[in-house]
Design a protein. Structure first.
Length: 218
C-alpha cells in the first residue's frame, strides 16, 4: 500500500486548479485598524491552504538540507526577492503578464525538485537561484493580491501585512516539515533515499504537469 502513496499524492496535487495560488475575496470597507489583521490573514491563506505551488516551492527549499540554518537562509533570500517584486508590481512599476509568470513559477518548482534529486548539499549558487525564483513568485503574489483589491486609504499597510501573512505561512510550512520529518528522521541512513528523493520526484512531476497546463491550456 505504501508504494501507492506518492501516486495518490501526485493525482491529488495535479487535480488542483491551474493557477493553484489564485485567491479571490471582496474588499469590505473596514477601518484602518483592521486592515493589517485582515490582509495578514489573507496573506497566510494565500499560502495555507490555497498556495499549493508556493507550498511545493518551500518544500523543495527545505528538503535539500536538513540543517535548519541553511533552510532559513534560503527562505530569507526567497522572502527578500518576492518582497521586492511584490512591492514593485503592486505600485505599478512593473506589470508582468500572468501567462508568463505562472508557467515560470511551475518551472521554478521543477528545477528545485530536480536539483534535490541530483544533489545532496546546498551550493552557493543555490541562493542566487532561490533569489531569482523568489522574484518570479513575488509577481505571482501580486497577481493574486490585485484580484483581491487594495484599500487606497491604507495601501501600504495592506501590502505590508499581506507580506507578513505570507511569511508566517511559509514559516509554518518549514516548521511542520522540520518537526515532523527532518528532526526525527534526517539522521537516518535511509532519509534521503526514502523521503527526500521520492517526495522530490512527486513534486517535480506535479510541477511539470502544471507547467504544461499553464503554457498550453490557458
Amino acid at each position: 500500500m505504501k508504494k501507492y502513496v506518492p501516486l495518490l499524492v501526485l493525482v491529488l496535487l495535479a487535480s488542483t486548479p491551474l493557477y493553484a495560488h489564485v485567491i479571490q475575496y471582496e474588499v469590505d470597507q473596514i477601518g484602518k485598524g483592521a486592515v493589517f489583521w485582515k490582509y495578514m490573514l489573507v496573506g497566510f491563506e494565500h499560502i495555507i491552504p490555497l498556495g499549493f505551488d508556493h507550498i511545493l516551492f518551500i518544500t523543495c527549499v527545505f528538503f535539500l538540507s536538513p540543517n535548519l540554518k541553511n533552510v532559513v537562509l534560503q527562505a530569507s533570500m526567497f522572502t527578500l526577492a518576492h518582497s521586492i517584486t511584490l512591492g514593485l508590481s503592486m505600485y505599478g512599476i512593473i506589470k508582468p503578464p500572468a501567462n508568463i509568470i505562472e508557467p515560470l513559477i511551475a518551472i521554478s518548482i521543477v528545477f528545485l525538485a530536480v536539483e534535490n534529486i541530483l544533489s545532496d548539499r546546498v551550493k552557493p549558487w543555490r541562493l542566487v537561484m532561490v533569489f531569482l525564483f523568489g522574484m518570479v513568485h513575488g509577481m505571482g503574489f501580486a497577481g493574486a493580491l490585485s484580484q483581491l483589491g487594495m484599500p487606497r486609504y491604507a495601501f501600504a499597510t495592506a501590502l505590508i501585512s499581506f507580506n507578513v501573512g505570507v511569511e508566517i505561512g511559509q514559516l509554518t510550512i518549514i516548521l511542520l516539515l522540520y518537526f515532523f520529518i527532518s528532526r526525527p528522521f534526517s539522521r537516518m541512513p535511509w532519509y534521503r533515499k526514502r523521503i527526500v528523493i521520492p517526495i522530490s520526484v512527486v513534486v517535480a512531476l506535479v510541477a511539470f504537469y502544471w507547467t504544461i497546463q499553464r503554457i498550453f491550456f490557458v
